[in-house]
Design a protein around this ligand. Structure first.
Ligand SMILES: [Fe+2]
Length: 611
């Protein structure tokens, strides 16, 4: 058996993945183990987990692949520092120590952190993204598009995958970058880069696209093929310490919003405008890639592929028959991509695309089994009270609780790979409830009230709720709620604006219908999600509705829960009504432990940096 370990580290969301004879055995992000969101440190825990899950001692590990070329990345940084000196001095001094101690000496880092020696092979950053998108996809051949902030030099690439080989045909190079453009607006609207992009996207439907002309005329030039050039007069990320500068602020009526201050109509309008520009760029790129490759299907990765609004639009435009997105489309997923590239492209192993894809629902993380003496012991020690049920009974109970307006958290099976909770570490609720969005945002997640929730829908019923053009098992495509499911608005309601829009139920499933009637859909099929499929089927029997809310099992700033213990602690610190751990059901009202006081809860929430 040949084993290949892929690693991504040091920038954002470090991760590891392992293949045994080309099959994906395990993949996980370091943040889930260390409980530090987006942890960028060397992924010691994730690597050790992968080796243990694959039952591979380090002596039996054949290949270690890193997801980019540190030397080429370093060369890019040095040329930027050189060209933008003396402005870049502070940025240079801040970056150098970690380069000189870690990033350039990976074999030493492995020896130091893991205690063993291996020769490390390097894969190009965008080739890692492209591989993560193509190799596990259901397509024997497909066009490939990767869009992110920046790798070594590339910021966007496209090409073609066929059988076991990938050819990248063209690239856009730093400093021109669609990802950095979107991140610049994330920064300017007061959100954190690398995590706040979701918030900027969620804010867009509350605004008007009044700044699109300014963006197009001043900030960027977009070619017919989607290639962008950023006017560096307005940006500061080349050698500077911030994303945008005073000239940028002048275009948008003043300085950037301070984090955690009130969100105003300006931020909403900016969000709407940059989303519209991004949609246009992504569609232009996709049309160009279609023309150049002639492929029927498209696969995507890179951080921008996580923008579900643009990808949903791309799917509905039907430029390609089908699109497939790597669920861990950001840099974490590139650990898997690098390993797959080595196995197929370098070692020359054959590839046969499998149905529905090779990701197995993206459940490649640590397991919470149905029954486990260890979890029983841990829960008893924490004072938990539960009752255990067979699957069918448990599915019915969960459905009944949700139909009764209860919020149910699930921690069961192997943890998800990538940023989305897909039913193994999820909080579920009734999508029909008009109060659920605000309740879950404020009392369960302790996060901003404007944040939308996503629906899970039985795949076979998806078309009767959403204008959906293809399956969406990884919650990576937004689709509109069908007109017949919408609720007509009064004239008074139509005149509402900004956050006030939230107060109006817009469809039969208001908790998952965004103010522009879009929804970030997860389709649930029997193959990938048999347990959740059963839960929603029971819910449908009870209520006639095939849609429930699915949000990640965590609070604001907390990585998604991983272990049964993480799950119980999050359950007790929030207003979640019921918790499922394996085959156990824990009801809040039956717990001997008193709920946390406000003070204790505040203390617990402070453990996590705001995202
Ligand atoms: Fe990337």
């Amino acid at each position: 058996m040949t084993t290949v370990l892929g690693i991504s580290a040091f920038y954002h969301d470090s991760a590891a993945a392992i293949l045994c004879d080309g099959k994906i055995i395990a993949a996980a992000q370091e943040e889930r183990f260390t409980r530090k969101k987006g942890d960028s440190s060397f992924p010691v825990h994730a690597i050790n987990y992968c080796l243990a899950e694959a039952n591979v001692a380090e002596q039996k590990l054949h290949h270690v692949i890193f997801y980019e070329h540190p030397l080429t990345h370093f060369e890019r940084l040095m040329s930027v520092y050189h060209l933008s000196a003396p402005k870049s001095l502070r940025s240079y001094l801040r970056a150098m120590p970690s380069w000189l101690t870690n990033k350039l000496w990976l074999d030493r880092v492995i020896a130091r952190e893991l205690g063993w020696k291996k020769t490390v092979v390097f894969c190009d950053h965008h080739l890692s993204h492209a591989s993560a998108a193509f190799y596990p996809s259901p397509f024997q051949e497909a066009a490939i598009l990767t869009i992110d902030g920046v790798g070594e030099w590339s910021t966007t690439t496209y090409g073609y995958g066929k059988d076991n080989l990938i050819t990248l045909m063209k690239e856009i190079r730093f400093p021109n970058s669609v990802g950095l453009l979107y991140s610049a607006f994330t920064y300017f609207t007061g959100f954190k880069i690398n995590s706040g992009e979701y918030k900027l996207m969620g804010l867009a439907p509350y605004g008007k696209t009044i700044y699109t002309d300014v963006i197009r005329e001043k900030l960027i030039h977009v070619d017919a093929d989607g290639a962008v050039q950023l006017n560096q007069i307005y940006f500061d990320y080349v050698g500077g310490l911030t994303m945008t500068n005073a000239a940028f602020a002048d275009l948008f009526g003043g300085p950037p919003r301070e984090p955690e201050t009130e969100i105003t109509q300006r931020e909403m309008d900016i969000a709407a405008s940059i989303q519209a520009v991004l949609n246009d760029i992504v569609l232009r790129m996709a049309r160009h890639v279609k023309r150049e490759t002639g492929a029927n299907n498209l696969v995507l990765a890179g951080g921008v592929a996580l923008n579900v609004v643009s990808t949903g639009l791309l799917a509905r435009e039907k430029i390609f028959d089908k699109i497939w997105i790597q669920p861990a489309a950001g840099d974490a997923g590139s650990s898997l991509g690098a390993a797959l590239w080595h196995w197929h492209h370098v070692l020359g192993n054959k590839r046969q695309a499998v149905y529905p894809d090779a990701m197995e629902g993206a459940f490649f993380g640590p397991d919470i089994p149905r029954e486990s003496a260890r979890d029983d012991k841990m829960l008893t020690r924490l004072g938990a009270v539960w009752e255990a049920f067979p699957d069918r009974t448990l599915q019915r109970h969960i459905a009944e609780l949700i139909a009764d307006g209860k919020v149910v958290a699930i921690a069961r099976g192997r943890m998800e790979w990538g940023p989305r909770a897909l039913g193994a570490r999820s909080i579920l609720g009734d999508a029909r409830s008009p109060k659920m969005q605000s309740h879950m945002n404020l009392k369960i997640k302790f996060r901003e009230s404007f944040r939308p929730f996503a629906p899970m829908v039985l795949e076979e019923d998806a078309k009767s709720y959403f204008d959906i053009s293809q399956e969406s098992p990884y919650m990576l495509l937004a689709f509109p709620v069908l007109h017949e499911r919408r609720i007509a608005l009064s004239d008074e309601q139509k005149s509402l604006w900004g956050i006030d829009l939230l107060k109006v139920p817009r469809s039969e499933i208001p908790a998952v219908t965004h103010v522009d009637y879009s929804a970030r859909v997860q389709t649930i099929d029997m193959l990938r999600h048999p347990f959740i499929h059963g839960v929603i089927s029971e819910f449908k029997v009870l209520t006639g509705c095939s849609v429930i809310i699915n949000t990640s099992f965590n609070v604001r700033g907390e990585p998604i829960v991983m272990t049964a213990e993480d799950a119980y602690r999050c359950f007790m610190a929030t207003d979640i009504d019921c918790l499922v751990v394996g085959n156990r059901l824990l009801e809040r009202s039956k717990q001997n432990n008193a709920p946390l006081s406000e003070e204790e809860r505040e203390k617990w929430l402070k453990r996590f940096d705001l995202d």
